[in-house]
Write a protein that binds this ligand. Structure first.
Ligand code: SAM
Length: 329
């Protein structure tokens, strides 16, 4: 799959549910209305769709949500994907982004299915603050999950959203703790997605964070490039990687290799644009595999060049009304 700007699209982020057991303040409203079950793709439909993308050249598949591990039957889907596509080399990587709450009971099954690495979102190491950010979360549960992941042999990358006045004094501790655990750490700027509490107030440019961390740690330039938006440094003292995702201060669209599919089968060609294609209709209309693949290819032919997120006082509205949990983070 090559888009109109010559970018090879080899990475699919597939959302398997819009539901989540947490309600992070920058991601979801306190009272979310979730989709009726009939609108959400069944596990069989998700598997068929993943298969079509893989036949078209997707080599990296990330399951996300919502919280992927709260979807009933998800471990069966992951097991099937591993068996069918990792085993024969069609898929190079099958991975997940998770909040970690369900990892204690699923880490072994994930590893057995062929998952090697996980991104785990964790915005605070303080139980009370973690609860405040997630509105409902129990930090100890996530810590248990992380222990299980490590024990199962899964490589972990911690994703931490930088929130001004909320978790900004924890980054130093996060670098140290991730170093001890052997986890990589990625700091993320808040993106203007979905109507949530005032984001401008908590927006923290990562350039400033990087400067502060560089005063304490030796940050060596790294050539590590995952094909994604993160720019990595190596923390000399710990040997772990430290990444920065700065969608607002630095664009990352030139090297974009990804598309996203929501749990309702809408293919979004860019996280920050409305361009989309409905893949649920062909799936449910009994289209052949070829028909489904044609629908995907036609959409890839419309992938936009990039997004233009802005957070400033003149743009208090979100760039897009849909939440990250809808598009799949
Ligand atoms: N539930 C899973 C999790 O917590 O990782 C997967 C879905 S979650 C939407 C994926 C990632 O998106 C999380 O790391 C979350 O912090 C991040 N995220 C959500 N809304 C965001 C926003 N507006 N700006 C930046 N990151 C956001």
């Amino acid at each position: 799959m090559i888009d109109p700007f010559g970018r090879k699209i080899s990475y699919l982020r597939l959302s398997v549910t819009d539901r989540c057991d947490l309600r992070c303040v920058y991601c979801m409203a306190e009272e979310m209305t979730f989709l009726p079950k009939t609108e959400v793709l069944s596990l069989e439909e998700l598997e068929r769709l993943a298969g079509a993308f893989i036949r078209l050249g997707t080599t990296k598949l990330r399951l996300t949500g919502g919280e992927p591990l709260v979807r009933r039957g998800i471990l069966d889907l992951i097991g099937n994907l591993g068996r069918h596509y990792l085993a024969n080399g069609a898929l190079r990587e099958l991975t997940l982004t998770t909040n970690g709450t369900q990892l204690a009971k699923s880490a072994d099954a994930l590893r057995a299915a062929g998952v090697k690495r996980l991104n785990v979102s964790l915005d605070s190491f303080d139980p009370a603050r973690f609860r405040a950010i997630t509105r409902t979360g129990d930090l100890a549960q996530v810590m248990d999950g992380l222990r299980a992941a490590k024990q199962a042999g899964l490589k972990v990358k911690i994703n931490m959203v930088a929130l001004k006045g909320i978790n900004e004094e924890e980054f130093d501790q996060a670098v140290a703790w991730c170093g001890e655990q052997g986890f990589d750490l990625v700091l993320i700027e808040t993106m203007p997605l979905g109507e949530v509490e005032d984001r401008l107030e908590h927006y923290l440019p990562l350039d400033e964070v990087k400067r502060r961390l560089a005063a304490k740690w030796t940050l060596e330039p790294s050539v590590m490039n995952t094909g994604g938006p993160a720019r990595y440094m190596r923390v000399a003292e710990t040997g772990q990687m430290l990444g920065f995702i700065t969608p607002l201060t630095h664009g990352f669209c030139e090297s974009c290799n990804r598309v996203r599919v929501t749990c309702t089968g809408t293919l979004f060609l860019c996280l920050g644009q409305e361009d989309a294609a409905d893949l649920r209709a062909p799936l449910r209309a009994g289209q052949s595999d070829e028909g489904l693949e044609q629908a995907i290819l036609a959409a890839i032919g419309r992938k936009p060049k990039g997004h233009d997120f802005i957070i400033d006082r003149d743009h208090r509205r979100p760039a897009l009304a849909r939440h990250m949990s809808m598009t799949g983070g």
